[in-house]
Design a protein around this ligand. Structure first.
Ligand SMILES: [Zn+2]
Length: 97
């Protein structure tokens, strides 16, 4: 993980669970880092357990379901699986790597 990724990761840890995907993206763009760098960070999946994007989506859906009285813990892995099945089409513009 390079210094840029470190910076984005800090931003992510600080804001985790408080912001949606688009708001987090805005925060990333505000760091002034190039878009490709941000995209790469969001889509990186070094442990194979889901990308940062998947993790944010998981947090968001856990929160949404919670608001509807459904208590489940969505994980990044769940989101990754659904995404790979094509259930979450539209969330991703293009597959990376
Ligand atoms: Zn990096």
């Amino acid at each position: 993980m390079c210094a840029d990724c470190q910076r984005l990761h800090e931003l992510y840890t600080r804001q985790r669970g408080q912001l949606g995907l688009l708001q987090f993206l805005d925060g990333c763009i505000e760091t002034g880092l190039p878009r490709e760098k941000i995209e790469a960070f969001m889509n990186a999946d070094p442990y194979g357990s889901g990308s940062v994007k998947d993790q944010i989506t998981a947090d968001m859906s856990t929160e949404l379901l919670g608001a509807m009285g459904i208590r489940v813990q969505q994980t990044a892995q769940d989101v990754k699986r659904l995404r790979q099945q094509g259930t979450w089409q539209g969330m991703d513009e293009k597959p990376e790597e």
